[in-house]
Write a protein that binds this ligand. Structure first.
Ligand code: GLA
Length: 385
């Protein structure tokens, strides 16, 4: 397939009969560790992927926005009235309209624009294709309009588009990752203060590789389950009298669990509190250059998501088990759950063998064959030359 930026440009030319004024790219992301901690004001450690969404764009007169996407080949068009009413634009166009809405809500004069979108980020695989789209559209509109919106304030705005316009109650991780990540680094984000530290994550130098296995498991009830996990965390925090589960220290976990009413809530809380600690431990190991030793933390995170937070599915657990049995140093599901992708930290020389072992395990269980790719930490959203 041709390069994604070339496809966006070609799409723009055929949809609008002219050259775009510019092109903006935003990556998908994988989360190394720290799952379902973001909306609990906790810690996450994602990195950007080299798979990207590219938006080619030009201004157009008036408050009109037209978006073409290679995925549907059906342009979406809306004006200020639709943009100002969350829910009016639906489907993938809602992510575009949501960004226009969030900018207008924040008081920006958003320029009318024509957009053409192409993407290498697989849709619905838990690699944040939606945040990539939001971030690329946002970067395009900010530059076309000469708007004053520094990078560190963009994630909140893109998140508002997703929460309030699209209607998905997600946290701040994905938008932060796709906007703020740096090449060769993972992004250590404190989701309460939004302070970040770029942690060197040099897999090559350590002789390691990160294998991403797309389980291709259909997302089962992912939206409803996500919202219900979020609700139980918020209810638990209020039962414990803290602003968020981030405020429960791992040393106080047992005492906190003793004050909770039921086993399910206790397990949800245990996941979040121990997961925050695993992020901090992973960051400490990476800072010390001990990348290989992060493996067991990744695997422990997976067990916690499987047993306590209950967000994995058989395809995902199979991929993790098969990867570990084939010698992966650690493996875990990445992203919101109920399908999506697994990360396996492997010795570079054994990446193919681990991938083959997962494929064989899927065939034995009659699952749709998984896809896999090795990745390196890539840069966040940017304007292309
Ligand atoms: C999805 C959400 C994020 C985060 C993860 C789980 O990706 O968009 O905000 O909550 O799930 O860690």
């Amino acid at each position: 397939m041709t390069d994604v930026a070339a496809r966006a440009t070609a799409g723009f030319r055929s949809a609008y009969g002219q050259q775009p004024a510019g092109r903006w790219a935003a990556p998908g992301r994988a989360n190394l560790i720290g799952e379902h901690t973001d909306y609990n004001d906790g810690f996450v450690l994602p990195f950007a992927l080299s798979l990207r969404t590219v938006v080619a764009a030009s201004p157009q007169p008036g408050e009109r926005w037209t978006a073409w996407s290679e995925t549907t080949d059906q342009p979406v068009e809306f004006g200020a009235a639709e943009a100002d009413e969350p829910g009016r634009v639906t489907g993938w166009g809602a992510y575009v309209a949501g960004v226009v809405w969030a900018l207008r809500e924040a008081g920006y004069a958003v320029p009318g624009a024509r957009l053409a979108i192409a993407s290498d980020v697989p849709l619905g695989s838990g690699l944040s294709s939606s945040a990539a789209l939001e971030a690329a559209v946002l970067a395009a509109l900010v530059d076309l309009g000469g708007l004053d919106l520094p990078a560190e304030r963009r994630p909140r705005l893109a998140q508002r588009a997703e929460n309030a316009y699209v209607g998905a109650p997600t946290g701040i991780m994905d938008q932060s990752a796709v906007i703020r990540c740096r090449e060769g680094h993972a992004l250590f984000l404190d989701c309460r203060t939004e302070t970040v530290e770029h942690i060197p994550f040099d897999l090559d130098a350590a002789g390691l590789a990160m294998l991403v296995v797309d389980s291709r498991a259909p997302h089962r009830h992912a939206d409803g389950e996500y919202a219900s996990r979020r609700k139980s965390c918020e209810a638990a925090a209020s039962a414990l009298g803290v602003p968020a589960l981030r405020d429960v220290a791992v040393a106080d976990l047992d005492a906190a669990l003793g004050r909770l009413p039921d086993d399910e809530t206790r397990r949800r809380v245990r996941h979040v509190v121990t997961e925050d600690q695993r992020v901090l431990d992973t960051v400490a190991l990476l800072r010390a250059g001990r990348v290989r030793e992060t493996g067991p933390l990744l695997t422990a995170s997976h067990a916690s998501m499987r047993d306590d937070f209950e967000i994995t599915v058989p395809e995902i657990d199979t991929a993790v088990e098969a990867a570990l049995a084939a010698g992966a140093l650690g493996a875990r599901m990445t992203g919101g759950g109920f399908g999506g992708c697994v990360l396996a930290l492997v010795e570079a020389a054994s990446a193919d063998a681990v991938a083959d072992a997962v494929t064989r395990a899927y065939a034995e269980r009659g699952f749709t064959a998984p896809r896999h790719v090795t990745v390196l930490p890539a840069p966040g959203a940017t304007r292309l030359p």
